[in-house]
Design a protein around this ligand. Structure first.
Ligand SMILES: NC(=O)c1ccc[n+]([C@@H]2O[C@H](COP(=O)([O-])OP(=O)(O)OC[C@H]3O[C@@H](n4cnc5c(N)ncnc54)[C@H](O)[C@@H]3O)[C@@H](O)[C@H]2O)c1
Length: 454
């Protein structure tokens, strides 16, 4: 049933009573949970992905996405109930659907310009099957004006006029590892249409799945700016914490103590803070925060030197980690050249299997340039995946000269340092995530170097 422009109550009723078919383009870490949640709420859902292996797994009720609590069970149940099926045929999916959601990756090219290839490809496929009354939603994070200036013209290539279909940007505001919880209502859904009818239609659709409701913004470009601004806010604040942490260390002051005291609530009753310093660390990874600043800086004519400086500070942190490796080894009169260095963690964030833009990658590259013998261990990655980084798959601490903690995986917090001390050749730890208790390892004879700690 076509829902674009209908009264909001009718749209909600049609969705929960199974009269609406929703197509989700991109069955990745974000798209698959979204497809499952719509199916659970009553919609008929067709998932579209260019990867036949993903489609085959979804149709068998086998979850291709790792590390999303509740997703394997939900997928199995909605596939068994025949509410969700998957296909590689995006044009047919568009023909049989009423609401079409794009949630494919948006990355950067070699020159750090936004790479919208996947969005353009998905939009062209949708245009091939678009019909009057269809409603298209872009959820992928994009540079401001993409919905209006890139997506709308492609969809009009279907032969339909702007009045005959709806279009909105409703940005994904979720984190890997908690997608279902976030989709269902950690934050209200931001909805911005290319016209008022589109905003209202999007509001009705998302109020069915999001318990916190929706925030209607002026237009699609405002919605795009909300999402980009959130990412940039984090990037700039992390850069500030990184720079202050380095300055504290230079002054002989413990950054941990400074941030802890500054972040204390000033009003115990309301819990309000004067300040909310972020955590300094080995670098900012994942395919969101390191990417989104460029979506703005590469598209606006405004001077974005503050945002670019923050990006440069964060991009330099992995190299600061390498400096600490060199300093630590030099303190025991060892050269990095020929030393065995074991990195702990490839994932950009603890507990999340995602290596894109991980600080581990530049750390490995630089250490190899300095002729270190580089090993890498991450409990979430197979040895073959580790080998693709250029490091050797690590298998224990025996014979290592230096450990470099890049990720705050829970397992790293439980390492028995007494055992490790017995196995390593030289005892240097570089801690990029404040995982180790410095006093404990120093007592065992380790040289401890860390970001954010004295
Ligand atoms: N992962 C996160 O934590 C997160 C959080 C917020 C927003 N986002 C945004 O969500 C979007 C998707 O991210 P993700 O983490 O789900 O990506 P992902 O890499 O996990 O999955 C993307 C999927 O899209 C498929 N795909 C690629 N091109 C396609 C096309 N033309 N048609 C159909 N399918 C196609 C891929 O095969 C893959 O299965 C990105 O724009 C990202 O910025 C991600």
């Amino acid at each position: 049933m076509k829902v674009y422009g209908l009264p909001e109550d009718e749209i909600k009723e049609a969705l929960v009573s199974g009269q609406v078919t929703v197509a989700v383009y991109g069955l990745g870490k974000m798209g698959l949970p979204l497809a499952c949640v719509f199916a659970q709420r009553g919609a008929r859902v067709v998932g579209v992905d260019i990867n036949p292996a993903v489609v085959a797994k979804v149709n068998q009720g086998i979850c291709p996405v790792e590390g999303e609590p509740g997703l394997p069970e939900l997928l199995k149940s909605v596939v068994a109930q025949k509410r969700l099926s998957a296909t590689t045929d995006g044009v047919s999916a568009a023909r049989e659907s009423d609401v079409l959601i794009i949630l494919v990756p948006t990355l950067l090219d070699q020159s750090k310009n936004p790479d919208l290839t996947a969005i353009v490809a998905a939009a062209e496929v949708i245009a091939g099957g678009l019909s009057c009354g269809d409603f298209v939603i872009l959820e992928s994070t994009v540079p401001p004006r993409t919905t209006r200036d890139v997506l709308l013209p492609i969809l009009k290539g279907s032969g339909l006029t702007e009045e005959e279909f709806g279009l909105a940007h409703c940005p994904e505001r979720t984190m890997s590892g908690r997608a279902i919880r976030d989709i269902c209502g950690s934050y209200p859904k931001v909805v911005g249409g290319v016209n008022q009818r589109s905003t209202a239609t999007a509001a009705a659709i998302y109020s069915v799945i999001n318990q916190k409701g929706v925030v209607r913004v002026s237009d699609a470009t405002t919605a795009e700016m909300v999402k980009i601004s959130e990412g940039i806010f984090r990037d700039v604040n992390i850069a500030l914490a990184n720079e202050l942490a380095l300055a504290c260390q230079d002054m002989g002051v413990n950054p941990e103590e400074v941030f802890h005291v500054a972040n204390e609530p000033y009003d115990e009753t309301s819990g309000r803070h004067h300040f909310n310093f972020h955590r300094p660390g080995a670098g900012v990874g994942g395919h969101c925060i390191p990417v989104y600043p460029y979506f703005l800086t590469k598209t606006t004519r405004t001077d974005t030197s503050l945002i670019m400086t923050a990006r440069r500070v964060n991009e330099a942190m992995p190299y600061r980690m390498v400096d600490l490796v060199v300093e630590g080894l030099n303190e025991i009169e060892k050269s990095v050249n020929g030393s065995k260095v074991l990195l702990l963690g490839l994932a950009f964030r603890g507990g999340v299997k995602e290596a894109r833009y991980s600080p581990a990658l530049p750390i490995i590259q630089k250490l190899k340039l300095l002729k270190a013998d580089v090993y890498l261990y991450d409990p979430l990655f197979e040895p073959e995946e580790i080998a693709e980084t250029g490091a050797r798959p690590g298998n224990g601490f025996a014979g290592m000269d230096c450990l470099v903690i890049v990720t705050d995986h829970p397992e790293f917090k439980d390492i028995n340092w007494e055992q490790v001390a017995l196995q390593m050749s030289s005892k240097v730890i570089v801690d990029g995530r404040q995982v180790v208790k410095p006093e404990e390892v120093k007592r065992l004879g380790f040289i401890y170097k860390g970001i954010g700690r004295l």
